[in-house]
Design a protein around this ligand. Sequence first.
Ligand SMILES: [Zn+2]
Ligand SMILES: [Zn+2]
Length: 261
Amino acid sequence: MTGERLLDLWLVIFVVAGIGLGIMTGFFKARRIQPGRFRWTVLRNEAIFAGINLGVTAFTLGSIKTFLASHGFITFNSNPAAWWVIALEYAFYFVLFDTWFYWLHRGMHKEPIYTWVHKIHHKSTSPNPLTTFSVSPLESLVNGGFLPLFATIFTVHDATMALIVPTNVVMGLYVHAGHEFLPRWWNKNWATKWFITTTFHDQHHKYFNFNFGGYTQVWDYICGTVRKKYESDFESRKASRLKVAKAATSTASDTANATAG
Ligand SMILES: [Zn+2]
Ligand SMILES: [Zn+2]
């Protein structure tokens, strides 16, 4: 698939994922255990807002992309390339987007931009995957605008684009998962500790003025915005999970012994 088609696919993924999550929200809200808390008008307004958001963003980004591509500003390299060339190009995108995201995200925490743009995303203090798409259209444009800009300035291989396209949605869903899946050694290993965990971004939603990074914590580390207790919280959560698992196994073996005895 050519880079340009992949860019189209990226817009489709964005819209489909948004609509899919929107339908899921409605499905779960309508089946709440506390039905008194379900308000049809609230859900209707949320659905209208999400629809407008997705429509405006997809239309704007689609128009920008079409304009740039048809005027020859966005070009891709369709020649075959060694794996390490693709890896380097992808790493280059990764570092650049991480920088873009960190500084614009920090900027969005300043008033009045925070109230106008970023506050919607922070309505959720305990994120779940739906939080990924719960952003104002302006914020989607700021984050989504990076890729057309990147493809205009740099010419990467089609294969690199195939790796870049799913990255934002996958990372977004991962950092808003609400559950920590990474192993205990993650923050202790020099090679892995720079990549953010779900706990890292979860704490951003809980404590606001820390942990701004989107892919890595490098800029947070340089600027001193990593939450002081982040690593110890990650560690203690993992330790307590281990304890629970151990207790469950010993209870299970006790039961097994009792049954056997
Ligand atoms: Zn934020
Ligand atoms: Zn978030």
